[in-house]
Design a protein around this ligand. Structure first.
Ligand SMILES: *[C@@H]1O[C@H](CO)[C@@H](O)[C@H](O)[C@H]1NC(C)=O
Ligand SMILES: *[C@@H]1O[C@H](CO)[C@@H](O)[C@H](O)[C@H]1NC(C)=O
Length: 538
């Protein structure tokens, strides 16, 4: 049975013709250990200095993106650290809803350095804007937190299995000569080299001219931007980049760098950094796909929350997880509508009047909800119809068939037909769904669904109507809170997470979702992001 399912998902993979998995199945057998709570409270600086040998070399990078994107960068960092025998100075992971965007090196640097919470708080409280608040706006102050990666992942295995040395930068945002973790070494700027093939043409070799042209929107623009050839200009020119360059840095180039400290920009785009195919690299790759740095299961509070929800959803392998990135879906849809309207205006010989907005007058970006509400109800419904079609096309065929068939005689059938017009009581609905799945039709799909706009699906039939019609057994984090499966303060019980203005449950929800998805039967994400890839490693 399980084998046929796997084949189905492989076929689906070819059909979707994307290089990322849009769907996969796995049997989750990694239990969540009851790890000790790790205190994220910053240690006093002096106790953090690392003893190091004179020949020890270092590397670090600037993080950006959501949790899964940052995770990808760390994986690439491990690979480069192994290749170059450098100690990785690992920045903390940033959680929350205000991700740092990709930016060329000089700007990413500012984003990174500006994240000092105490200094930001002081500036925001006293209403004195400065360069930090330009990069980290005061309105976002309580919508992001930084925590050491070891809060969630076991980093010991990197050292013991692969000999990769990792120092976590648990305080400060200094790097290179200002490295807070290496102040005792008194590095000078001569000890530091910058490498970022996404930003600086001189840092890598031409990789694929055609791709490069695509990325920078025409080779003319590329050469006019960087044509001067002067290195001082390169930094200035890079600031105008709107997407990463595609230059390639080879393993040899990395090995030839003699400086004690390499500061990379983004390490998210792994193909830009070649490493060898040595035995130790292959072993690391295998480890990273199986047991090492794959499951964020070190944190007691997120583990407990995930365990409770998994149990409520009927236990391991009973439910599927769906993650809808409605902001991304909405932006794509709005862009499509805009270009359609522009075309029509051109055909009619009229002037296109902007219908959609992404920012308020004061430059504050629209929230995902504000973006969505620019679509009328009808358009929202149509959008969901197409998402449901995609979901049905990507789910295991036996589940899709089961969902399309009329219900067999059951408590679930009674419940859904009785309450025609009025939604059934949700807790009873879940019990009936689980019973149906366990006793009557083992292929019937039950879903745990998250999205980035609404906490409740049932109060928004204009959007979720078509989804709930096709798949009535859908439950959300909101249900879990309403039923008291988890309580609103589950995260703050732990030491260190004690800022009363921060919603830690919200910040940590991606971790909980990953843990729940790892116990589920399948995972589906629309549109797919690096999260889908992260979840394919087990
Ligand atoms: C790797 O770096 C460490 C720390 O500097 C050093 O002790 C060790 O000899 C290096 N290994 C190799 C193979 O160069
Ligand atoms: C990469 O480019 C930057 C900016 O021009 C420069 O400062 C740095 O030295 C370059 N690094 C290498 C390894 O060439």
């Amino acid at each position: 049975m399980r084998n046929t399912l796997r084949i189905t998902s492989v076929v689906a993979l070819f059909v979707t013709a994307t290089f990322l998995f849009t769907h996969f199945l796995y049997k989750s057998n990694n239990s969540i250990p009851q790890g000790e709570a790790v205190s994220p409270a910053p240690a006093p600086p002096s106790s953090n200095y690392k003893t190091s040998t004179v020949d020890e070399k270092f590397m670090s990078f600037f993080p950006h993106g959501d949790f899964a994107t940052q995770h990808e960068a760390v994986r690439n960092a491990f690979r480069i650290a192994l290749e170059t025998n450098r100690t990785l100075i690992l920045p903390q992971v940033r959680l929350g809803t205000k991700d740092i965007p990709w930016a060329p090196y000089p700007i990413l640097q500012k984003y990174y350095e500006s994240q000092d919470k105490e200094s930001l708080k002081a500036s925001c409280l006293s209403n004195t804007p400065n360069w930090r608040t330009e990069y980290q706006p005061c309105r976002d102050l309580n919508q992001w937190i930084e925590l050491p990666w070891s809060t969630f992942f076991d980093l010991e295995a990197l050292k013991t299995q692969f000999g990769i040395r990792v120092y976590e930068r648990t305080w400060g945002h200094g790097w290179g000569a200002e490295e807070s973790m290496l102040a005792h070494l008194q590095l000078s700027s001569r000890d530091v080299v910058i490498v970022d093939p996404n930003s600086f043409p001189s840092n890598g070799s031409n990789w694929d001219v055609q791709d490069k042209q695509k990325v920078v929107d025409g080779s003319k623009w590329f050469s006019s931007l960087f044509g001067g050839g002067k290195v001082e200009d390169e930094t200035e020119a890079s600031k105008k980049l709107v997407s990463p360059l595609k230059m390639l840095v080879t393993a040899d180039q990395l090995l030839q760098l003699d400086e004690r400290y390499i500061q990379f920009g983004s390490l998210v785009f792994g193909l830009r950094f070649q490493t060898s195919t040595s035995k130790k690299q292959s072993a690391l790759q295998k480890g990273l796909r199986s047991t090492v740095f794959t499951s964020p299961n070190k944190f007691r509070e997120t583990n407990l929350a995930a365990q409770k929800i998994t149990a409520k959803m009927g236990g391991a392998n009973i439910y599927n997880v769906i993650h809808m990135n409605l902001e991304a879906v909405t932006k794509t849809e709005l862009a499509n509508q805009r270009s359609m309207m522009m075309e029509n205006a051109e055909i009619d010989g009229t002037t296109y009047v902007e219908h959609f907005k992404e920012k308020h007058a004061d430059e504050t970006p629209y929230s995902p909800l504000e973006l969505l509400q620019q679509m009328d109800r009808q358009t929202q419904t149509e959008l969901m119809v197409s998402l449901v079609r995609e979901l049905t096309g990507d789910m295991p065929i036996h589940q899709a068939l089961s969902a399309a068939m009329p219900f067999q005689e059951s408590a679930l059938k009674n419940l859904l037909s009785q309450s025609f017009g009025a939604a059934p009581e949700r807790s009873r609905l879940l019990s009936a769904c689980i019973q149906y799945r366990k006793d009557i039709d083992t292929r019937y799909p039950i879903y745990y669904m998250t999205n980035d706009v609404y906490s409740d699906l049932h109060t928004h039939p204009e959007l979720f109507g078509p989804l709930l019609e096709s798949f009535p057994c859908i439950f959300t984090p909101n249900d879990m809170y309403n039923w008291g499966v988890i309580k609103r303060d589950w995260a703050t019980k732990m030491s260190g997470l004690n800022d009363p203005d921060v919603d830690y449950e919200d910040m940590l929800s991606p971790i909980v979702e990953i843990l729940i998805a790892r116990k589920g039967y399948s995972f589906f994400e629309v549109p797919s992001t690096k999260l889908t890839r992260l979840l394919s490693w087990q």
